[in-house]
Every structure is written in C-alpha cells, then in structure tokens.
Design a protein around this ligand. Sequence first.
Ligand code: E4P
Length: 218
Amino acid sequence: MKFFVDTAEIDDIKDLAATGMVDGVTTNPSLIMKSGRDIIEVTKEICSIVDGPVSAEVAATEADAMIAEGRKLAEIADNIAVKVPLNWDGLKACKTLSGEGKMVNVTLCFSANQALLAAKAGATFISPFIGRLDDINLDGMDLIAEIRQIYDNYHFQTEILAASIRTVNHVKDCALVGADVGTMPPDVIRKLADHVLTAKGLDAFMKDWAKTGQNILS
Ligand code: E4P
C-alpha cells in the first residue's frame, strides 16, 4: 500500500520524506488555510520535495471553472494530481482533465456508486473518506471493501486512495481490504512505528549495553 501524507506543512513533509515512507501528498482547501501559505507557492514547494503525486484541489464549483483551475494547478509540476469534488461538475472536469493526460483525484466520496462514476470518468484516484463516515456511525471500511470489489469486477485502473484516516487501525484495515493508497495525517504515520513492547525492549537493551562499557565505534 502506498502512503500519502495529508498535509500542507512543509516541515512535516520533509521530516517524513526522509524516512522513505512518503509516496505522495494530498492537500485540500482546509489544509491550505491551516498552512497560511499561498496555494501555488506551497504546492510548488511540496512538489520539489516529493516525486510522487501531489494532490491540489480546485476551489471553483462549476465544471468549466474547475477545468481552468485544474489546468493552472497542473502547470505547477508534472506530479500534480488535480483534485475535484465528487459531484456532476467535478465528474465533468475529471473527464476533461483526465482526457488531457492529467492525474485527477476525485474527492469527497462517500458511496460505492459515487466511486463507480469516478472510475467511469477516468479518475486516477478515488478518495473515499473513512473517518467522516465513522463520525456519523457508518462504517468507512465497508465502503473501501465495496469499492475494491467493484473496481476488481470491472478491472478499473482507478486507484483507491483511502482518505480521512484518523487512526493506525484505519491504516491496517485499509491494507487488509486492499486500498491502493492511504493518505494520513503526519502523526498517524509516525504512530505506525510505535509499540509498547518495542519501547520496553529497547530500554532494557540500552540499560544492559551501558553496563558493558563498550562503544561500537571505538
Ligand atoms: C483527503 O484527501 C482529505 O484531505 C483528508 O483525508 C480529509 O480528512 P479529514 O476528514 O480528517 O478532514
């Protein structure tokens, strides 16, 4: 499973990119707002750090304007994926932009039928939002599994980009049901390496090592 980091914070992206775990980045208007940066400038900087797809979201609400914004965003770098919302205007924009050879991420997906439409419109990525479904007492992971089955049934190439991931268990469950990509907040990626027994075991090893008085480098 590929890991995308869901942020527009440059320090976090640089820190995580150094681990080799970051296969791409997703942003959205809320994340751009939080960064306090200009969308074009910050997206260009992100694309200079990460080679994989960097999603940048249109802000227009009508198809023609989405297409114009998508073309401008795609000029930032070759690895831009234009993000459009899952409604009819977004689907029209997806069809046009993907027809021009641009990567398109169709976002705000909350149903399997929506995911089917996005694949038919030529989306590179579909972004089902797990956490926001869980928030209203639905099961976001069921949606990922349904989309996996539908895409496999018809051999769609659209990649399932599980979004709105809130916990490390979401990551494991996405991997188990076969999401192609998970986009996660930086702290969720960091927590994936945590285990109480790893920390306890390392602490014991370090205490015993200190007692040996040895130094590997001298
Ligand atoms: C994905 O592309 C979105 O930016 C993101 O995952 C939304 O997550 P949230 O529901 O935690 O805001």
